[in-house]
Design a protein around this ligand. Structure first.
Ligand SMILES: Nc1ncnc2c1ncn2[C@@H]1O[C@H](COP(=O)(O)OP(=O)(O)OP(=O)(O)O)[C@@H](O)[C@H]1O
Ligand SMILES: [Mg+2]
Length: 202
């Protein structure tokens, strides 16, 4: 399947989500991650791991043409704030559009814009994934979920907690379950594993 991770909002966990959904899909079949961001965050993540910290191959958009036929699954990481034309192309050329959203008012403005755009495209194969969800007793995550569900927005049941182990994973160039000495690695991974399972199972 072709999975595209996008949002009009920057810094919402797109690259972290692309890396971990690709990690999940790779457990099922050969998976390629296409780094569609000019900053090349996903490429740098893989380089920090010495080229073998991630269990899948990362290529640029231009390189994709040469690699795509060898892979069953493709995950595309994109840059924040795409043009409307780029957004339309991304949305219309994938099997699943994953939209990470952080439960904070500032972040949700970009989300509203993203959802309005999808509405004009009548796009149905998209789902919002709550990321960086603060721990209890804060209820920000549940509030955003309730608001989106009330608007009929398709959502992943799984949600990704806000955990420092994700930053360690990026720094070490590995998926979150490979970070040593942080007991939250498993919990962090299980969130993306659950989201990946939902995505594949429909
Ligand atoms: N669940 C999480 N818990 C804590 N920190 C996180 C989580 N997910 C991502 N982060 C951190 O938040 C920052 C932004 O994440 P990321 O780079 O994945 O976002 P992005 O949407 O790809 O950003 P950009 O728009 O710049 O491409 C990074 O420092 C990342 O390590
Ligand atoms: Mg990014």
């Amino acid at each position: 399947m072709i999975v595209t991770v996008t949002s009009y909002k920057g810094g919402v966990g797109k690259t972290t989500t692309a890396i971990h959904l690709a990690t999940y899909l790779q457990t099922l079949a050969p998976t390629l991650l296409v780094d569609g961001d000019a900053i090349r965050s996903a490429t740098k993540w893989s380089q920090r791991g010495g080229g073998n910290g991630l269990p899948f191959k990362v290529v640029s958009h231009a390189q994709m043409v040469n690699h795509i036929r060898s892979y069953q699954h493709v995950v595309i990481d994109t840059e924040g704030n795409p043009t409307d034309d780029d957004f339309k192309d991304l949305a219309e050329n994938c099997d699943m559009l994953v939209i990470p959203a952080v439960p904070e008012s500032v972040a949700t403005d970009g989300l509203t814009h993203t959802l309005a755009k999808l509405h004009t495209l009548a796009h149905t194969r998209h789902r919002v994934l709550l990321t960086m969800v603060p721990p209890k007793p804060r209820t920000d995550g549940q509030q955003l979920r309730d608001a989106l569900v009330a608007q009929g927005v398709p959502m992943f049941v799984a949600e990704v907690p806000r955990l420092a182990v994700f930053e360690k994973a990026a720094a070490e160039g590995v998926p979150v379950h490979a970070v040593k000495g942080d007991r939250n690695g498993t919990r962090a991974w299980e969130a993306y594993e659950a989201a990946g399972r939902e995505m594949v199972d429909g």
